[in-house]
Every structure is written in structure tokens, then in C-alpha cells.
Design a binder for this molecule. Structure first.
Ligand code: FES
Length: 140
């Protein structure tokens, strides 16, 4: 019996959107200081819409599943919509995570925020993103 939902297992075993995007419009790398896992996220943007999102995660199964789901959820969304995506929404879409693994979903949210921040900077625009330190991101 696994403590993970079927969706988590599915995204862990068959992660979507793994890889890099060359000349990405935004990319961000974040690390989880408590476990040392690292995640990198890339976005390609056309007319304010995210047309492609990819990630690379050097981390645990929950981090892989949440980054896979997060990239699926932002594809086709506008930058404004993507900015609203929270780790809670990603976790919910996965059918939940065991409490001890919820901090892993924070990594996906932070990687996305960091990629969006980079997107604004690359465009020479002031970034509205406030990168939150891990302890300020809700993990419950
Ligand atoms: Fe490090 Fe999950 S244990 S992100």
C-alpha cells in the first residue's frame, strides 16, 4: 500500500515535460535547503501565454510529481494566471500529498515563480514577483 495517490504515482513514474528549453523566455533554479533537492524550470512565452514549460528535478518523487503537474497546469495559461498558481493548487490536482512531503510541492511553486521573475527581467520589465523564502510558503 502506497501513501501516495494514483496521480502522484503516475506523474512520478511518467513525468510530463521533463527537459530543457533552449533560449527559454524564463528560467529559474531553486533548491530546498532542508533536503538539498534542486529544481529547474523553463518557460516559453508567446503573446503573454505560456506555450511550453519544462523542468528538471534532482529530487524526490514528490518533487518530480509536483513539478510535472505544475508544468502541465501552466501550459496554455497567461503569465498573470501562472503567477497565481500555488503549491496548494498543484498538490490538490495531484489528489494530495502526505503531510511530510508537502514541503516538496513548495519547490515547484518557487521554481515557477523564479522562472516568471526571470521572464520579466529578460523583457526588461519590472518584475512583480516577490520571491518568498521557503518558510513563508504555506506547506499545510
Ligand atoms: Fe526534497 Fe522532496 S525531499 S523536495
Amino acid at each position: 500500500m502506497t501513501q501516495y495517490s494514483e496521480k502522484v504515482m503516475d506523474h512520478f513514474m511518467n513525468p510530463r515535460n521533463v527537459g530543457e528549453i533552449e533560449n527559454a523566455d524564463g528560467e529559474g533554479t531553486v533548491g530546498n535547503p532542508s533536503c538539498g533537492d534542486i529544481m529547474k524550470m523553463y518557460i516559453k512565452v508567446e503573446k503573454d501565454v505560456i506555450v511550453e514549460a519544462r523542468f528538471k528535478t534532482f529530487g524526490c518523487g514528490a518533487a518530480i510529481a509536483t513539478s510535472s503537474m505544475a508544468t502541465e497546469m501552466i501550459k496554455g495559461r497567461t503569465i498573470d494566471e501562472a503567477m497565481e498558481l500555488t503549491n496548494e493548487a498543484v498538490t490538490e490536482a495531484l489528489g494530495g500529498l502526505p503531510k511530510v512531503k508537502r514541503h516538496c510541492s513548495v519547490l515547484a511553486e518557487q521554481a515557477l515563480q523564479s522562472a516568471l521573475d526571470d521572464y520579466f527581467k529578460k523583457k526588461g520589465l519590472p518584475s512583480p514577483i516577490i520571491l518568498k523564502p521557503e518558510e513563508e510558503v504555506h506547506d499545510h
